[in-house]
Design a binder for this molecule. Structure first.
Ligand SMILES: Nc1ncnc2c1ncn2[C@@H]1O[C@H](COP(=O)(O)OP(=O)(O)O[C@H]2O[C@H](CO)[C@@H](O)[C@H](O)[C@H]2O)[C@@H](O)[C@H]1O
Length: 776
């Protein structure tokens, strides 16, 4: 920008000094200058309509900026120029004007540079638009009906119906955790060198599959090229929307007619050569996230959402990213890689196949085996040993994926590689990585992170379970744990926490809670001992999947997409559609309160039950969607039967209904007893639905309480899991809904304008990945 300042002195000689000064040295000033030009430009694209002589120079510059060549100006408006000359009198001679034009050439050179930058941004904008178009075409109507309750705790599992199937598929093999086939003597060339550039990505100057990436990159471009910062945060739901495009256009007005005149694509060609470095810079690495569920293919709750979305955000930062999940069904996109390996679990040999798809910059690898088949609606179902066997097999196979499964033709290799394991189901992975490989001089540069989504489920069992995990005897101590309630037992999460190079949990509030005896569920001692490697990173949301402007579940049955701009029309329409779909009285003035989630102790459904008599005395409608404990499911049905004009209790798992309820409801109730992060409140806020939450864990981190005095905050919180506290908070919320419409709208708007995307979280994860990488 220094060059801009230095190339402008001649403009300062004109009579419009005060306005011209605004051009110098900063992007914000530059922005003002564009706006200043506009009225005149719209009156006359040559810019010669101003009356003061200073305008003639500025107008000319504007014309040049807009791509109108000098020749063209002269040709088009000679009479206007002559008239101008006569107005100025005899001292405004032809020579002076020529001299001025010469000076303006210098400005033209400077502005050409600026045009290049604008062209780059236009390209990014068009990539956003094309992504939007793509996303509109996509039908992401994954929807699971049924009612499988994810009982993740081994000790609680009791259903025997899913014992090992497909014994025919069992193939005899030897060895510990290793595949029984010979490991390639020479690992792929990439192995020792570490990061391998994915050919599919390397062709692209910038990952453009995702609009948010483009926006992110645009921000970076602005920050670096134009030496400025955004004056206000980009609203989350706008990060990949046309509205975000408009935000950009507000700052550098790409709709300015003069800027479009001669943009015949040449500038686009210029920008095509520009390759931006990855956001991760020198930190790019190979990342493999391993999870028992991954949306949209498999999901029982928030873990599935995270596994489906975080990797894409990491990929947008330039990392080579893979997700590994079990193949529970015949998914459409992933194709058989042809690779087969055999792993031993509890003395039996299982052959696994690897299916693979490349979507949104991420390699999704699904491990296929008879014991995973048809478990999609019962991921954590079966008896304790069945679950344990599935997770042992999954972790054994997953840890070798970087050796065996070529993605885009090239295996990831084990150099510069970090695994991200999630919850107890994959907590064995860090242990296997150490016991089978690193202890034996293999995978020397591979590291692991373990993410705690919910410490309440730990993979507990009797100490004898150790024999199932197939590890050297001295590893037993990692698993053995004593707690006053359970006595001495076998604990998979404990071993994972001790072995992982870094530990992450999904909010700051939950970091604190995990260290307490109430919040650590018996693991607080280990967590405190490993505090040095623990970090809280608040989850983001998938702004492609959960975005009221592009939500594919809002395009039929009377629902509609809406944005911040169309909130006042769109949301009431969704509300009416929801009332109609569920057979509730269609009334705009009645507040709809909703609950979405697992029906269990954690989610505080019983607190809602306690508050029902009070709630039913209010003019409200209540919609609850969930599956889980039989008694709580029964309770939902009973509420509906008792209050048919006010309550709907939908027992089942329906992604479509979760989206529609989030859009149509006014208030989301989350009285969770503990909530490591919570995604529903984030989804709600981005849909203009106001959260009323118990201030714990991630709920406290993400829902700033409403302050009516300065009109700040995002919702209502209550500080203990108590019926009366819930009623008090909900009562204030309802009062505001009814009596203070402007405050309500402010709450909605603030919620919708937050940047809740995964991009920020991904940056934080990257720091942890780097820390793990350099961990010895
Ligand atoms: N019946 C139903 N039909 C359709 N969709 C349903 C549903 N019941 C739940 N869902 C969906 O499942 C997800 C639940 O996510 P949460 O984060 O609220 O809870 P969960 O406890 O599973 O996750 C754990 O992991 C996540 C991720 O880290 C943490 O946010 C959280 O605090 C922690 O308990 C949401 O996408 C929700 O819409």
């Amino acid at each position: 920008m220094a060059s801009i300042g230095s190339s402008l002195p001649f403009i300062l000689e004109t009579k419009t000094e005060s306005s011209v000064l605004l051009h110098i040295n900063s992007y914000h000033r530059l922005r003002l200058s564009f706006f200043m030009y506009r009225p005149r430009m719209s009156a006359d694209s040559t810019g010669f309509t101003g009356s003061a002589s200073g305008y003639s120079v500025l107008g000319l510059c504007s014309g040049l900026i807009g791509g109108c060549s000098r020749r063209r100006l002269w040709r088009k408006k000679p009479s206007r120029l002559m008239a101008l000359g006569s107005e100025e009198g005899s001292d405004e001679s032809e020579d002076t004007l020529q001299a001025t034009i010469e000076k303006s050439k210098k400005v033209l050179a400077m502005q050409t540079k600026l045009l290049q930058q604008i062209a780059e941004r236009r390209k990014l904008v068009s990539s956003i638009k094309s992504t939007i178009a793509d996303s509109e075409e996509e039908i992401a109507s994954y929807d699971q009906d049924g009612s499988s309750f994810p009982n993740m705790d081994l000790s609680a599992a009791d259903d025997d119906e899913n014992s090992v199937e497909g014994q025919n598929d069992i193939v005899v093999s030897s060895s510990y955790g290793h595949s029984t086939e010979q490991k390639p003597e020479t690992l792929p060339s990439t192995t020792s060198k570490g990061f391998v550039i994915n050919e599919r990505e390397s062709k692209k100057p910038l990952p453009q599959e995702n609009a948010a990436a483009a926006v992110h990159s645009t921000r970076k471009l602005e920050a670096t090229s134009l030496d400025t910062e955004w004056s206000e945060p980009l609203p989350s739901f706008l990060t990949n929307t046309q509205s975000s495009v408009l935000e950009h256009e507000k700052y550098v007005d790409l709709t300015e007619p003069s800027l479009q005149v001669e943009d015949n694509g040449a500038s686009d060609t210029m920008s095509e050569d520009v390759k931006l470095p990855p956001l991760a810079g020198a930190n790019v690495m190979n990342v493999i996230l391993v999870a028992a569920e991954c949306a949209p293919w498999s999901k029982t709750g928030g873990l599935g959402d995270v596994a489906g979305a975080l990797p894409k955000a990491l990929a947008r930062r330039g990392h080579r990213v893979m997700v590994v999940a079990p193949r529970y069904g015949n998914y459409a996109e992933p194709k058989d890689s042809g690779v087969r390996k055999k792993y031993k679990v509890n003395g039996q040999d299982f052959e696994v196949a690897y299916f693979q798809a490349y979507i949104d910059g991420v390699d999704f690898v699904f491990i296929d085996c008879c014991i995973f088949q048809h478990m999609g609606k019962n991921i954590y179902g079966g008896n304790r040993m069945d679950i344990l066997k599935r997770m042992v097999l999954f972790c054994k196979a997953a840890v070798e994926v970087p050796w065996h499964v070529p993605c885009g033709g090239v295996c990831y290799g084990d150099g510069n590689l970090v695994f991200i394991a999630n919850d107890w189901h994959t907590a064995l992975l860090p242990v296997y990585l150490k016991a089978y490989y690193r202890d034996n001089g293999l995978m020397t540069y591979t590291r692991s992170i373990l993410v705690i989504h919910n410490i309440a489920h730990q993979g507990r069992g009797p100490v004898d379970d150790f024999s199932y995990v197939d590890l050297p005897e001295h590893y037993l101590d990692l698993f053995r744990l004593y707690d006053p309630v359970g006595g001495e037992h076998f604990n998979i999460f404990a071993a994972g926490l001790k072995t992982a190079d870094r530990v992450v949990t999904v909010s700051h509030g939950y970091v604190w809670e995990l260290k307490t005896s109430e919040g650590g569920w018996g693991l607080h001692g280990i967590i405190n001992e490993n505090d040095w490697k623990l970090r809280g990173i608040v989850n983001g949301i998938d702004t492609k999947e959960w975005n009221p402007q592009f939500d594919s579940h809002l395009t039929s049955d009377g629902y509609t997409n809406y944005s911040l701009e169309t909130l006042k029309i769109g949301k009431p329409q969704c509300k009416a559609a929801l009332q109609k779909e569920l057979g509730l009285p269609i009334r705009e003035d009645v507040p709809i309160i909703c609950f979405i989630g697992r029906l269990d102790h954690q989610k505080g459904v019983d607190l809602i039950a306690d508050a029902i008599p009070w709630m039913m005395g209010q003019d409200v409608q209540l919609i609850m969607l969930g599956t889980g404990r039989n008694d709580l499911e029964q309770m939902l049905r009973q509420f509906e039967n008792q209050h048919r004009d006010k309550v709907r209790g939908w027992v089942g798992f329906s992604v479509k209904m979760a989206h529609r309820i989030t859009a149509g409801a006014d208030i989301l109730l989350m009285p969770s007893r503990f909530e490591p992060c919570g995604l529903n409140q984030l989804y709600a806020m981005s849909y203009g639905t106001i959260p009323v939450v118990h201030a714990v864990g991630g709920l406290r981190d993400t829902v700033q309480p409403f302050n009516p005095y300065n009109e700040s905050g995002l919702g209502w919180t209550f500080d203990s899991a108590d019926k009366n506290k819930l009623i008090h908070a909900l009562g204030n919320c309802l009062l505001t809904y009814r009596e203070y419409k402007q405050s309500w709208e402010g709450l909605q708007r603030r919620g919708m304008m937050q940047d809740l995307s995964w991009d920020h979280a991904a940056q934080n994860y990257e720091e942890v990945l780097v820390a793990a990488k350099f961990q010895w």
